[in-house]
Design a protein around this ligand. Structure first.
Ligand code: 4GX
Length: 219
């Protein structure tokens, strides 16, 4: 649900998400609340009661837009810095839903009375963007890659290693020496046991160094 539907297609139709749609694993669409404005100028925002700067999105166009797509089993989500923080666990739980309606706000926000139309309010982090489109794309991407079949087998295996709660182990590819820097010897040993053990240690040490907070939770 967005006033700027053109922002979505380049991201939604590229790369892995594009491939997933061709395979019939997911579909998406944009709905513009402006198409539901009752105003002859297609107005969707107005000045805040009580005064103050900026504009507020009106409840009615948004409500009509939501009703036009909502069905049994839809989960209606409002993206906002005031929401519950989005993370990998949230992505997994949303991936179980049949239909997500991601509502993108603009301006200073939306008329508070629309909030009861949302099942939940989600934030992608503590910073303020110009609109909810980038957060909606972040959620769509993170949820889509959880759907069965969306990732190739090798991509899914790599994803599983993050689900351990550790950062990824370091990866190397050709050439074997790049600007004088060598690839760790063990990776050429052909000993899959030793390689797996090295990767576990490397993942742990990268996590301890860069994200000690994750290690607390993994333990
Ligand atoms: N994680 N934004 C919402 C409009 C707005 C303003 C005030 C409610 C109150 C964001 C984020 C985010 C920008 C989306 C402002 N809505 N959304 N928009 N961070 O910054 O989710």
């Amino acid at each position: 649900m967005t006033l700027f539907p053109d922002m979505l297609a380049p991201v939604m139709n590229a790369s892995i998400l594009g491939r997933a749609q061709k395979a019939g694993l997911l579909s998406w669409g944009a709905v513009n609340p402006r198409d539901f404005s009752e105003d002859k100028h297609r107005k969707v925002d107005d000045r805040p009661f009580g005064g103050g700067p900026g504009m507020v999105m009106m409840a009615e166009p948004l409500a009509e837009a939501i009703d036009s797509v909502k069905k049994r089993g839809s989960r209606v989500i409002f993206l906002s810095p005031q929401g519950e923080r989005f993370d990998d666990a949230k992505a997994s739980s949303l991936a179980k839903k049949k239909h997500l309606v991601l509502v993108c706000g603009h301006y200073e926000g939306v008329d508070e009375r629309i909030m009861t139309s949302f099942d939940e309010e989600v934030s992608i982090g503590d910073y303020v963007l110009t609109g909810g489109e980038l957060p909606a794309l972040v959620v769509a991407d993170a949820v889509a890659r959880k759907l069965p079949g969306v990732l190739k087998k090798e991509e899914a295996a790599a994803a599983e290693s993050f689900a351990t709660g550790l950062l990824d182990f370091p990866q190397y590819t050709r050439p074997r020496v790049w600007r004088g820097r060598e690839v760790p010897e063990v990776l050429f040993s052909g000993d899959h046991g030793r390689i797996a053990e090295w990767r576990r240690r490397a993942a742990r040490s990268a996590t301890r160094r860069k994200r000690p907070d994750l290690l607390e939770r993994a333990n």
